[in-house]
Design a protein around this ligand. Sequence first.
Ligand SMILES: Cc1cc2nc3c(=O)[nH]c(=O)nc-3n(C[C@H](O)[C@H](O)[C@H](O)COP(=O)(O)OP(=O)(O)OC[C@H]3O[C@@H](n4cnc5c(N)ncnc54)[C@H](O)[C@@H]3O)c2cc1C
Length: 371
Amino acid sequence: MSHIVIIGCGVIGATIAYELSLIPGLKITVLDKQLPAQGSTAAALGVLMGIISHKIKGKAWQMRSHSIERYKTLIPELEATCGRTIPHNQQGILKLCQKGEDLAKWENLAKIRSQQGWKLEVWDRAKLQANCPQIDCQNIPAAVYSPQDIQVDPVVLTLALVEAAKNRGVNFHFDITALQYELTNTVKSVQTDSLQLKVDWLVVAAGLGSLQAMPVSDRILNAPKLDLRPVLGQALQVSLPNLGNPDFQPVITGNDVHIVPCLTKIPVTDYWIGATVEFPLESGIVALKAEKLEEVRHNAIAFCPALATSNIIKTWSGLRPRPENRPAPIIEPLEGFSNVLLATGHYRNGVLLAPATAQRIIKLLDGFLVS
Ligand SMILES: Cc1cc2nc3c(=O)[nH]c(=O)nc-3n(C[C@H](O)[C@H](O)[C@H](O)COP(=O)(O)OP(=O)(O)OC[C@H]3O[C@@H](n4cnc5c(N)ncnc54)[C@H](O)[C@@H]3O)c2cc1C
C-alpha cells in the first residue's frame, strides 16, 4: 500500500489528509510538532472571500470557486461523521463600499458572477440601511452582498477534519520532534525521535515551519527561491447583544476590517473583529503593537458605532505564512526531489483555499494514485 506522509496539521494538512482518505488504497500519516490547529489556523477568522474576490479567471479563480463549491458538501459531510455542528455562517459576506469607490467595477463583477452561475448584488445606501441598521451609512454610498460566500470556525473545522480522517484510517502523530529524512533524490523514509516511517510521497504543509520541515539538502538548494515571511494578524472578540437585525447576521467587512458574528450562541451576542496586517521588520522580527489592534477596533466603530459600547472578551494574534517575491500559495513539487510536494504559503486565504489545495495535491499525485 502506498504511503503518503503529510508534515503539518493546520487547516491545510488536515484538509489534504481528509480528502486523500476518501481515495481507496492509500496509507496516510500526518505528523505535527504541536497538537492540530495550533499555528496560523488557530488565529484565523475563517472568512472565505471567494465569490466576492476580484479574481475572475485562471488558477486563482478556479481555486476559489472550487473551494466554495466543496465547502457546501464538506461541512455537512464532517458534521454527519463527527456528530457535531461546525459553526459556519451561511448568510454571506457584505462588503461596505467607501466614498469614491468605483461602483461600476462591482456592477461589472456582479454581471460576470451571474454569467458564471454565482450571485453577487450591489446594494444602494437605502437597501444597506434597511438590512443592516447598525451600520452608519453616512460615508458609505453602497455595499456589495455576496450571499454564497461563507465563514467557518477554522479550529472546529480542522479538528473535525482530523477526526473524520482518523475514522477513515489516517494515522496522526502530534508533538513529534526532530524530523530527519533518509534521502537521495527521493525521500525514502522519515524519522522522528520516536518513529521511523517508509515514505512513497511526502507532502510538506507546515505553514511558516515549511522551510525547516523540508528535506535538508533541498532546503539549502531552494532557500533563495522559497522564502516565507510571517505577517502578524491581531484580532479581538467583543460581546454586544442585539446588534443589528437578529435574522440577518452576515460577515460585514469595511476598510479591510471584518466583523464576524460568533455562531456558537444564537441569537448572536459576540463578534470577532480583525485583523491587523503587520509586516516583519527588515530583521525578520515581528513586533506586536497593541495600538494596531486598537486601530482596527476604531475602524470597525467608524462604520458600526454601537461597537464602542461593547465589552472586549479576548484578544489574540497569529502569524500568516506569506511567500516573499511570489504569489500565494505554493502548491508544487519540490525541486530536486521526485516525491516531495509543497502545500504552503497560503498567507491570508488558507482556510478559503484548503479544499482547492487538497484538490491540487491530488492532481499532482494523480498518475501515482492510479498506477
Ligand atoms: C489573524 C488572522 C486572520 C486570518 N483570517 C483568515 C480568514 O479569514 N480566512 C482565511 O482563509 N485565512 C485567514 N487567515 C490565514 C490562515 O490562517 C492561514 O493561511 C492558514 O491557517 C494556513 O494554514 P496552514 O495549515 O498552512 O498553516 P498552520 O495553521 O500554521 O499549520 C502549520 C502546522 O505545521 C506544523 N509545523 C510547523 N513546522 C513543523 C515541523 N518542522 N514539523 C512538524 N510540524 C510542523 C505547525 O505546528 C502547524 O500545526 C488568517 C490568519 C491570521 C493570522
